[in-house]
Write a protein that binds this ligand. Sequence first.
Ligand code: ZN
Ligand code: ZN
Length: 416
Amino acid sequence: MTLPDLSVSIDPAKLEKLAEVAVKVGLRLQEGQELVMTAPLAALPLVRLITKHAYKAGAGIVTTFYADEETTLARYAHAPDASFDQAPGWLYDGMANAFEKGAARLAIAGDNPMMLAGQDPAKVARANKANSIAYKPALEHVSNFDINWNICSYPNPSWARLVFPDLPIAEAVEKLAEAIFAASRVNDADPVAAWVAHNAELRKRSSWLNGERFQALHFTGPGTDLTVGLADGHEWHGGASTAKNGITCNPNIPTEEVFTTPHALKVEGHVSSTKPLSHQGTLIDNIQVRFEGGRIIEAKASRGEEVLLKVLDTDEGARRLGEVALVPHSSPISASGILFYNTLFDENASCHIALGQCYSKCFLNGASLTPNEIKAQGGNSSLIHIDWMIGSDKIDIDGISADGMKVPVMRKGEWA
Ligand code: ZN
Ligand code: ZN
């Protein structure tokens, strides 16, 4: 079988700029630094360009691991049942080892968001859990910001088909590519300068929130009345982040959010999702949950509920929050009106919360806190970190200060 080469639908000059932004802004890859990359096989054209720019920036060795939809599905069709509790730990141990030795991490997103939709949810959950456990030591270097890291994305045809189901596939790929380029700020004559300006804007928002030192945020809107207590000594971040290795990177391309750590024990009320969540190949839609004492005690979804419930049972921390993030409804990604079915994009179009692991970075002096100190201040820990969208143009947010005063933060989805 011969497949048409859909990469011809993608503007090569812009793809090259995206690769340059990923290396120079996303990673700020340093001379001599190794790079460990993961990508869908379809993203090969971008992998090649990133590799080129990484070496031009002086990279030591660039190593890429590919994932392929057909081979993943072959596992679900033919692998022995017991294998769904296994994961390639040797590979993740190797990655953890690379990060300990100073390698940077880049992930290219763009997998088919519906890849596993037809598979047995129990098998999907078992495979995901085994993978999360095996990947944890490597992931901790990323979530603790020991190293510079980045996620960017490529318009994989199977993703484009889902985003633009009514368009011929070549046009869908072209349109998704243009949306990725616009959101990643590569259409600018000088994308690196555009990112410097964008980072300064996000810093202005996070500095204001850090000055206010709210003890909680109160979200109200259709199906939502949620009070998210913030962790003691929480710190807001957005845009560029300085990793513990001293390198200031932009972990997400694109990014529009400012975010911090909620208090794992102080979340009360109910909240409804405002966009579908694509979680490792399954779509979860119309999530409604109720929190008591920081813990989800009721959860349902109109689609993918079985997967959601299994995710919540991953471990004790999976029912608690590890992140709360603010994004204005008018953000460029939201203004595009496109539902991407991809968290990297959809979370940057909407205020969101994340189940599971918190970022130690989002504490004052976070780099010097021990895991026990982070826990004592309200930081959550879990094998998972799953962002889901709760913002819209109908959501109001108030900050609650230490003396109980309410300060408008957002009205109808915009900064107040
Ligand atoms: Zn986020
Ligand atoms: Zn997150």
